[in-house]
Design a protein around this ligand. Structure first.
Ligand code: IPM
Ligand code: MN
Length: 351
């Protein structure tokens, strides 16, 4: 049995996660080996306004008992973003040592990219997920005065860089054998040359992977201009965040792309979520694109020992989009519910 902790979260989170859970349940109906057990947790900004914290006090201990976590989105205008995110998603990533954030994007059949031609875009971003620029080391002094200072340190550890870079080389080896490392050693003169050094060192173990380093600004431009030239991109926490939003957007819409927060050694549960946020502007209207959440569900099953079921979900999603059932962000008129039902139908079942 796969025990799944479900955190819908804020805004469109619960809507798209509800869609993904329906799809997973439908997949389980057709597959006797797939036994899923879902438990809902109503944590998020509403919970915060009531309890003064984003999750219950024992949340991390509770979540540790699950095989995996399925999350919608975190963030709502009534709570500052750094408070909501550092109260829920970011501690989960760090305490559960989910040091890989894997973000595949492909131009799915039936989806129009603003930039790429079909067949041109199949990129996996491997993002560091536990250190780097996302650090709570630092502080502010002389608050409110004209001498106020804010310092926030980027943390790059040999272990942290090595393991994410190694994971990226392994990923490239399984794919087209092409890896680009996102650096910025021209401007950021301490941590980035360190990153580059380790990237090259680890690369010596992978003579079959064609690897190169590219400054993240030029890389951003090249992702837009020639997405077909990329296979796997690895970057620090912040660069991986920015670059994966570009790959998601040029694959049609950020509503499509999934994000797997992996603890590869399996000591802790991994977390699966869509790349997009809580989208307060369209929350509660039933029009959010559930594709990213459904693709994340496919990755969740794959990671938890059910690659065939995960694969079937992605095929059903692609078939649905190809048939023209699309949400507004993709130029269609389908509601969240309609797209989800079409995916379930294409999975060959009622759900
Ligand atoms: C993401 C999100 C988060 C991040 C935010 C909400 C903290 O943008 O998962 O990409 O930057 O990691
Ligand atoms: Mn992001």
């Amino acid at each position: 049995m796969v025990k799944v902790a479900v955190i819908g979260g804020d805004g469109i989170g619960p809507e798209v996660i509800g869609a993904g859970v329906r799809v997973m349940r439908a997949a389980a109906k057709n597959d006797p080996s797939l036994d899923l057990d879902f438990t809902d947790f109503s944590w998020g900004c509403e919970y915060y306004l009531e309890h003064g914290r984003m999750m219950s006090e024992d949340a991390l201990d509770t979540l540790a008992e699950f095989d995996t976590i399925y999350l919608g989105a975190v963030g709502w205008p009534t709570v500052p973003d750094h408070v909501s995110l550092w109260g829920l998603l970011l501690p989960i990533r760090r305490v559960f040592d989910q040091y890989i954030n894997l973000r595949p994007t492909r131009l799915l059949a039936g989806v129009k990219s603003p930039l790429a031609k079909p067949g041109d875009l199949d990129i996996t971003v491997v993002r560091e997920n536990t250190e780097g620029e996302y650090s709570d080391s630092g502080g502010r002094i002389y608050k409110g005065t004209e001498h106020e200072i804010a310092v926030q340190e980027s943390i790059f550890t040999r272990r942290g860089v090595e393991r994410v870079v190694r994971y990226a080389y392994e990923t490239a080896k399984e794919r087209q054998g092409n890896l680009v490392g996102a650096t910025k050693s021209n401007g950021i003169s301490i941590t980035m040359p360190f990153f580059d050094e380790i990237f090259r060192e680890v690369g010596e173990e992978y003579p079959d992977v064609k690897a190169s380093l590219m400054h993240a600004d030029a890389l951003a431009a090249r992702l837009v201009l020639s997405p077909e030239s990329f296979d796997v991109v690895v970057g620090s926490n912040l660069f991986g965040d920015l670059l994966s939003e570009i790959t998601a957007a040029i694959s049609g819409a950020i509503g499509i792309a999934p994000s797997a927060n992996l603890n590869p050694d399996g000591r802790y549960p991994s977390l699966f979520e869509p790349i997009h946020g809580s989208a307060p502007d369209i929350a509660g209207q039933g029009v959010a694109n559930p594709s990213g959440a459904i693709w994340a569900a496919s990755m969740l099953l794959e990671h938890n020992g059910h690659p065939a079921a995960g694969g079937r979900i992605l095929v059903a999603l692609e078939k649905t989009l190809q048939s023209g059932v699309k949400t507004r962000d993709l130029g269609g008129e389908a509601s969240t519910e309609e797209l989800t039902s079409a995916v379930i139908e294409n999975l060959g079942g009622a759900g």
